[in-house]
Design a protein around this ligand. Structure first.
Ligand code: HEM
Length: 258
């Protein structure tokens, strides 16, 4: 990544799932961090990250099956039998929900770890390559809520929490780290962590500071494209989820705006 000491970044935080009115304190769904680093510069790189080390689907077809199984029927409800049958046939699709259920509910968008999930290859000027995964570690540590605390928070508390933090000059940001891959690590399966991934050595790449809120129009008019990467960073060629993400986000923004 060709980054200067002061590269600019644009970030969008989100609460995942298909319900735009979901409460920020809800247990279901992930929290997202999308970032464009050095927007107009030679290091332009975009990541669309979640607060779990694994995804809920390994392939686009499995993702479609996951969503179809949960599509509400004529009565407006999911069919638990369909969900059970899909889950039984696709056990790896439960990994993300199990991870999130094992963790407290985030009390701050800047108080949780985020993963880019895919295995990226970094290549230096002399051609030496290293496979890594990227993670953001919160500068101020994790900020956790109990279920009761989360229930008592206003529906959209995360934006206010962040605004309060910025106006009080409390730490807001992340250390970006690369988790070092080993020969034989799979690069094609976002539903799996690498063996011992949590305790692997990491290399600190830099610090992402959140300094101010951008205006809403800039946020609404933007997609973040995980395939935009600076020279020297490549996404995984064998991961069927990777290349399909950018076109999916492009379709989504046109639907969102119409
Ligand atoms: C490892 C896999 C994936 C991860 C970690 C991931 C994560 C995310 C995150 C964090 C967002 C919010 C983005 C933002 O606010 O900027 C998002 C949005 C979205 N994702 Fe993914 N995603 C993955 C794969 C996919 C795939 C394979 C598809 C479809 C083929 C997809 C479809 C979408 C759509 C349609 C949106 C809404 C985008 C928008 O309207 O701006 N995602 N995803």
């Amino acid at each position: 990544m060709i980054l200067t000491r002061n590269s600019q970044a644009l970030i969008r935080f989100s609460v995942g799932g298909g319900n735009p009115a979901v409460a920020d304190g809800s247990r279901g769904g992930n929290r997202g961090l999308s970032v464009r680093i050095d927007g107009d510069g030679p290091g332009q790189t975009e990541f669309v990250m979640v607060n779990a080390p694994v995804n809920f689907a390994r392939t686009p077809a499995q993702m479609l099956g996951f969503l179809e199984a949960r599509r509400p029927g004529a009565n407006g409800q999911m069919d638990p039998e369909k969900v059970r049958a899909f889950t039984e046939a696709n056990p790896e699709t439960t990994g993300q929900a199990r991870y999130l259920a094992s963790k407290p509910i985030p009390g701050s968008w800047v108080g949780v770890n985020y993963w880019a999930l895919h295995a990226y290859t970094l290549t230096n000027a002399s051609g030496a390559a290293q496979v890594v995964k990227f993670r953001m570690d919160p500068l101020d540590g994790t900020v956790n809520l109990t279920d009761d605390e989360a229930r008592a928070r206003p529906r959209d508390f995360l934006a206010d929490e962040l605004a309060g933090r910025l106006s009080a000059s409390r730490p807001a940001g992340f250390r970006m780290v690369a988790i070092i891959g080993r020969p034989g690590d799979p690069t094609n399966d976002v539903t799996r962590m690498w063996e011992g991934e949590d305790s692997r050595p990491v290399v600190e790449l830099g610090t992402l500071h959140v300094r101010a809120a951008a205006d809403a129009a800039r946020c609404d008019g933007t997609i973040f494209a995980p395939t935009i990467l600076a020279d020297g960073i490549a996404g995984p060629a064998d991961d069927p989820m990777f290349a399909i993400r950018t076109p999916a986000y492009a379709i989504s923004i046109t639907k969102r705006q119409n």
